[in-house]
Design a protein around this ligand. Structure first.
Ligand code: ADP
Ligand code: ZN
Length: 227
C-alpha cells in the first residue's frame, strides 16, 4: 500500500527592521502565490482600534516604539493562524520579533506537522529607514502603500489601486518613535537572523533597491522554498 504524503501549507517569514518593506513585499507575495499576509502590527492596530484588552495593553507600548509583550502577540497570532484562510499558507510580516516568539511559532507549527519553509531577511541601511518611514502613508480602503518622496499616487491624495481618498499615516511613523523601533529591532529581533540560519532556513536579499526588483528576487526565493 502506498503511504499518503501529507502536504502542508507553506509558512514564510519576512525579517528586517521597520521600514525594510516587509509589508509591501508581503502584499505582492499574497497576490503572486495565493498566500495570506499575517502582520502582527496590523493585528495589534486592529485590537487597539477595537478597544480589546490586548489593544488597551498594547497602545502605549506601540506609541513608544517598544515591543508588545510576547504573551499578547503570541495569543493574537495563534488565533489568527487558526482561521480558515490561513490554511492555504502564510507570510509572516513582523512576527516573530523575539526568540521567545520564534520558539512559540516552532511549537505551534509542530502541533500541526508544519514547519517554516524559509525566513527571508531584507537587508537595508538603518540610516535610510528613518526617511522611508517618516514619509510613508497607506490607503485606508485597500491598504496600498505610498511615500511622499518615493511613490506618490498619480493624482494627489487618490489611491491608484482603488480610487479611495482615505489616506492614513500611522501614529508611530515619526522620527522619534522610529529611532526606538530600530533600537528594539537590533536588540531583540536581529538575533533571529542567526536563529533561522542555524536551522538552515535563512535567505537574505539586498532590499535597498526598487520595490519591483526586490519583489522579483523575493518571488524567486519563495517559489523555490514552497515547491
Ligand atoms: P514596523 O515593522 O514598521 O515597525 P509593525 O506594524 O510591524 O511595523 O509594528 C508596529 C508596532 O507593533 C511595533 O513597533 C510593536 O510595538 C508592535 N508589534 C508588532 N509586531 C510585534 C511582535 N511580533 N512583537 C511585539 N510587538 C510587536
Ligand atoms: Zn486604495
Amino acid at each position: 500500500m502506498l503511504e499518503t504524503v501529507k502536504t502542508t501549507a507553506p509558512v514564510l517569514i519576512l525579517l528586517g527592521p521597520p521600514g525594510a518593506g516587509k509589508g509591501t513585499q508581503a502584499r505582492k507575495l499574497e497576490e503572486g502565490f495565493g498566500l495570506v499576509q499575517l502582520s502582527t502590527g496590523d493585528l495589534l492596530r486592529a485590537a487597539v482600534a477595537a478597544g480589546t484588552d490586548a489593544g488597551k495593553a498594547a497602545k502605549a507600548v506601540m506609541e513608544a516604539g517598544d515591543l508588545v509583550s510576547d504573551e499578547i502577540v503570541i495569543n493574537i497570532l495563534r488565533d489568527r493562524l487558526a482561521d480558515a484562510d490561513c490554511q492555504q499558507g502564510v507570510i509572516l510580516d513582523g512576527f516573530p520579533r523575539t526568540t521567545v516568539q520564534a520558539e512559540a511559532l516552532d511549537a505551534l507549527l509542530a502541533e500541526s506537522g508544519q514547519k517554516i519553509n524559509a525566513a527571508v531577511s531584507l537587508e537595508v541601511d538603518d540610516a535610510a529607514m528613518v526617511t522611508r518611514i517618516s514619509g510613508r502613508y497607506t490607503c485606508g480602503g485597500c491598504g496600498e502603500g505610498y511615500h511622499d518622496s518615493y511613490k506618490q499616487p498619480a493624482q494627489d491624495g487618490i489611491c491608484d489601486n482603488c480610487g479611495g481618498s482615505d489616506m492614513k499615516r500611522r501614529a508611530d511613523d515619526n522620527a522619534e518613535t522610529v529611532a526606538s523601533r530600530l533600537t528594539a529591532y537590533h536588540a531583540q529581533t536581529a538575533p533571529l537572523i542567526a536563529y533561522y540560519d542555524c536551522k538552515g532556513a535563512l535567505q537574505s536579499i539586498d532590499a535597498m533597491g526598487e520595490i519591483d526588483g526586490i519583489a522579483q528576487k523575493l518571488g524567486g526565493i519563495v517559489k523555490a522554498a514552497i515547491s
